[in-house]
Design a protein around this ligand. Sequence first.
Ligand code: UD1
Length: 384
Amino acid sequence: MNGHKRVRLMSVAGARPNFMKLASIAKAITEHNSNQSCIVPIEHIVVHTGQHYDAKMSTGFFSELGIPEPDINLGVGSASHAVQTAEIMKRFEPILLEYEPDVLLVVGDVNSTIACTLVASKVEYVNTNRKRPLIVHVEAGLRSNDRTMPEEINRILTDALSDILFVTERSGIDNLASEGVDPRKVRFVGNVMIDTLITHLEKAKKSDVKEKLALTVPYVLVTLHRPSNVDDNVVFERLINTIVSMSAWIKVVFPVHPRTLKKLESFGLLESLQKQTQIILTGPLGYLDFLNLISDSKMVVTDSGGIQEETTYLGIPCITLRENTERPVTVYEGTNYLIGINEVKFLETVENILNKKVKESKIPAFWDGNAGRRIVQEIVATFQ
Ligand code: UD1
């Protein structure tokens, strides 16, 4: 590094899916700074809000993915949406004022994303020339058009307040245009989650997770945690019954999210599920173990956002138990089947996949491992 100008960039992560995205950004910043011709080095400050706090949902990912230890942990923990969001805001404002970063980078659509964006949009710096940081949103423009999803509210509001919006797929450009966002703020750069997948795939293939779980191929990998699926006992029980029906055809491995575990217990569904010999239940897994399970699975059944993208990249069929998706490219170009809560369609799709009746798919544009680099280049360009 031989320059004199330095950009101070603060990034925020809070919940599990944020960490994989941050990993790509952190790696691209390190690469940028170590480049001989770097004239605008980046000082990277990492804030963990503590929205997720269990080791299996949080800290484990930092070492596994090579993310620098957080400089600050706000330690907010779980609460209602309003309390969690407000608590992050209260604790984040003094940090922003202490560091006065040039850039605030937020990723994804969780409560930590909107909370910190909202603080940054109205903060008033006292020690630097700029009044507030440039707000950069990574994974902007995704829309499910379903405002009952807390994440959809977080996406719309974060995008409305951001200065640079980095999108992962073309639908993001159209969605932002239709909301009146100035197209000069929007950059189509690809998918940082896929960057991280590409970086770690070889290592993940060597994981011994299947031996540890006594799992043999073929199997289906299942994950469920959306409030719309697990918080309603009737819906959740129907889904569980369908998964049990599927397990008559093929083994199932089901890493259970903490929210989902609580609901299984409180609805009295856990005990009978544990008795199913064709279903292996486990706690949340590390990134490499989980990636290993996706990449060797026959198919994945999920309601996650990121997993729809990871399966598309890997060419693994994905059945999404939701009525809508904010990631339509995974349906139009990828391996994703959007099923909703429809047992008949669900089992029909499973049967088709088992009989190798699957649709053609391809990897979407720019999902090539370089999204983080493009983002860092764009940010640096605004300071040159
Ligand atoms: C959050 C995100 C969601 C993301 C998901 C990934 C929001 C609105 N939702 O949902 O978009 O897909 O993370 O996991 O930001 N819990 C623990 N340990 C933890 C974290 C949570 O036990 O480390 C339990 C708590 O009981 C908590 C519940 O899980 O009440 C839900 O956690 P919360 O952060 O509110 O939302 P998620 O469902 O994890």
